[in-house]
Design a protein around this ligand. Structure first.
Ligand SMILES: [Zn+2]
Length: 64
């Protein structure tokens, strides 16, 4: 099941949406995006946990 991460849940104001075929692919893309867009040189275990908890099934709408 495809997954997605809305970066704005972690980085307010960022409208990037990262998609992958599974959680690990999203995590990889999130790490690249965090480095490129937010200047984070590494993903700390704490941040990785936040990223993981923000990953959703792709296509599930939770906004109103
Ligand atoms: Zn971002």
């Amino acid at each position: 099941m495809a997954k997605e991460l809305r970066c704005g849940e972690l980085m307010p104001g960022c409208d990037a949406v990262l998609e992958g075929k599974d959680e690990s692919e999203v995590m990889t893309k999130a790490a690249e995006h965090a480095k490129a867009a937010h200047g984070l040189q590494q993903i700390t275990p704490e941040l990785a946990g936040k990223v993981r908890s923000a990953i959703r099934e792709k296509g599930t709408s939770q906004s109103a």
